[in-house]
Design a protein around this ligand. Sequence first.
Ligand code: ATP
Length: 208
Amino acid sequence: VGLKGEGSAGTARLGVFGGAFDPPHLGHVALAQLAVQQLRLDALRIFPTGHAWHKSRPLTAAAHRMAMARLAFGAIPHVVVDERETLRAGPTYTVDTLRELAAEHPGAELFVVMGEDQALAFTGWNGWRDILQLAIICVAEREELAQPDHRFVPPAGLESRFCQLQLPPVPVSATEIRSQIAHHAQAIPMVAEPVARYIAQHHLYQTA
Ligand code: ATP
């Protein structure tokens, strides 16, 4: 994509937001919108994961998750859904994606956007120290998951590589949505209307 400010000035601000998006819900959409605004991003690339090494549950087929991500995020200005992680053989590592983006957009400033549950696990990620060299980690609170006495705190000495996103809590998770659909909720909750239609048409998440 053509990034504003890219090239000689090398100041393009490029966000990265990865997830299973199984399905993408209104919490994800709110986070994407907020990140574009607060971080003044020229582009936010959404990366549905391939085989996410840290999720034990088998994911819905990548083609479905890609299609739903396009429906959920497609209309947000500056947001692009990028399928490359779903095409990668083997596990998906954010560090690999960041290296590719850094090579494709020399001089761009990279920002990785995530919820607090992921931030709490971040120092267990493959190549997390390299990630911090490549990007700033921007964290949104996740009220419904974090224990009050166990909020995310950046590792000592590395505070400058982190920032907080001012997202009002959106108490929703994909797990909860899948479970409600499997238990025959009347309406599919907390997803964008086109995503709800897609889920219904393709009979996704019918079994727990
Ligand atoms: P699951 O319940 O299947 O684990 P999830 O709802 O956490 O799914 P993911 O696709 O794993 O969704 O999340 C992708 C990213 O979005 C992660 O960084 C996660 O922390 C963040 N995220 C998801 N839901 C919210 C939310 N309601 N508020 C803030 N961040 C969120």
